[in-house]
Design a binder for this molecule. Structure first.
Ligand code: BGP
Length: 473
């Protein structure tokens, strides 16, 4: 029998400003941490991305047609405050009002993220999430948005605080590209949680009648085997990537065992424990008690085994299968059990991981009222057939297969009690990928980047049917 989703389950598509808008130098937009980094790297440019800055109405027209009832967008902080704080750029403000009006016209609900990896350049240079100035300016920017964009009813404070911190300071794939600095990673994680909490508490005190949440990257971590060493290594990896965050934002307190795992990682690397104050902990607790929802981004799971060597990470940024390496000193190494299917970017395809992380939130973090899947999908190498016409439909059976399995796992978790209220596919249309450029496509809608023409993928038809029937078939 086919699995089904609840009748009021929301079907959405996800995006992020820097990955879709393009127009990075238009209408007074300020520079962000990526501009210089990508220019120096010389591999790919964030322009034109999906040219969403000019084509949002076209994409929202497609969304309405294909059963996409909600869309995740982010506001580019540097379009509103080009320098991170101070002078407001009215053209940026006007753009987002136009975007939200287009959402309303097409019956698409916007879920709006305030920070999706795109820190303004000046604040990044002053220490990014490690600087107090950044934290204060972020709260001010959020306050401005809440007062200005009253048409928005769903807010997300920060997208994937863990990925940001880990990629900035542990694996070095995001600017400033430092590696092995677990002390900076944990401090940046904590600081983001405090900023998030202050913003939740502020929003709730404003009584604007909307909802607010946070989005976490939660890759389920399993021990490679049942040995105590592998189990402990998995617990350490989980503390780095999931547990500290889940505790801080969903329970509003760091559990003793979580802190002891964090300290163990730092001790092994001769690095100091992150700093936190009682006042900050009180802020976290207050926010966790008022949070409306948590967003879960889950693509893959990890298996970790004991490892005692030096840190070494090789990021697969080209889609050359089998090239990823991740071994972290004081934690463990990634090793997939035989038989686990992977994408070209070595991401495991493991729907049970989605189910398990949802049940963990349901069981271990009872304060959370609701869960949305805010990102899930598969990156594929796709191209336009040579003889393509305007009506060409791109065949993407692997995506349909992936979605069926993962959304099926979500339906299972809902049946077991998890309050999952919606699903956003990553991504709505093909977009710019931070570390893979334009070769890793996730969209329901294919974007021919040179012409910016949109083509429909078969998965969009599949998605439309699911959105209309709520039957996964
Ligand atoms: C998430 C980010 C997204 C998006 C996605 C896919 O971590 O929130 O912004 O990029 O991952 O990642 P990638 O483009 O590296 O495949």
């Amino acid at each position: 029998m086919s699995k089904t989703l609840p009748k009021d389950f929301l079907m959405g598509g996800a995006s992020a400003a820097y990955q879709v808008e393009g127009a990075t130098k238009e209408d007074g937009k300020g520079r962000v941490l990526w501009d210089d980094f990508l220019e120096k790297q010389g591999r790919f440019s964030p322009d034109p991305a999906a040219d969403f800055y000019h084509r949002y109405d076209e994409d929202l027209t497609l969304s309405e047609k294909f059963g996409v009832q909600a869309i995740r967008v982010s506001i580019a902080w540097s379009r509103i405050f080009p320098d991170g704080a101070g002078k407001v750029e009215q053209r940026g403000v006007d753009y987002y009002h136009r975007l939200f009006a287009s959402c309303a016209k097409h019956n698409v609900i916007p879920f709006v993220t305030l920070h999706h990896f795109d820190t303004p350049e000046r604040l990044h240079n002053e220490g990014d999430w490690l600087s107090q100035e950044m934290l204060d300016d972020f709260v001010e920017y959020a306050k401005f948005c809440f007062n200005e964009f009253k048409e928005v009813k769903y807010w997300i404070t920060i997208n994937e605080p863990t990925s940001m911190a880990v990629q900035q300071y542990t694996s070095g794939t995001f600017p400033p590209a430092e590696s092995g600095r677990f002390d900076k990673t944990f401090q940046a994680e904590h600081n983001q949680m405090v900023a998030h909490a202050k913003i939740v508490n502020l929003y709730k005190s404003m009584n604007l009648g909307g909802e607010i949440g946070i989005v976490h990257a939660l890759q389920t971590v399993y021990p490679y085997s049942d040995t105590p060493g592998d189990k402990h290594a998995a617990a350490l990896q989980d503390a780095l990537e999931n547990r500290l965050y889940l505790d801080g934002t969903l329970a509003g307190e760091y559990h003793k065992e979580t802190l002891s795992l964090v300290k163990e990682i730092l001790d092994a690397n001769n690095q100091p424990m992150f700093k936190y104050t009682d006042e900050e902990l009180a802020e976290l607790s207050k926010a966790a008690h008022q949070l409306d929802f948590v967003g879960v981004n889950n693509y893959f799971s990890k298996w970790i085994r004991e490892y005692n060597g030096a840190s070494e990470t090789i990021h697969n940024g080209t889609g050359a299968k089998g090239t990823s390496v991740a071994r972290l000193h004081g934690i463990g190494e990634e090793k997939k059990p035989d038989g686990i299917e992977t994408t070209d970017w070595d991401w495991s395809i493991y729907p049970k991981g989605m189910h398990d992380i949802l049940m963990r939130i349901h069981n271990d973090y009872p304060l959370v009222p609701a869960i949305y899947i805010t990102e899930n999908g598969i990156g594929l190498k796709e191209s336009l057939p040579e003889n393509a016409t305007d009506d060409t439909v791109i065949d993407d059976p692997k995506r349909i297969d992936y979605l069926k399995k993962y959304i099926g796992a979500i339906a299972d978790a809902i049946n077991e009690g998890a309050n999952v209220k919606g699903y956003f596919i990553w991504s709505l249309q093909d977009q710019f990928s931070w570390t893979n450029g334009y070769s890793k496509r996730y969209g329901l809608f294919f974007v021919d980047f040179p012409t910016q023409k949109r083509y429909i993928k078969k998965s969009a038809y599949w998605f439309k049917k699911l959105s209309e029937t709520h039957v996964i078939s």
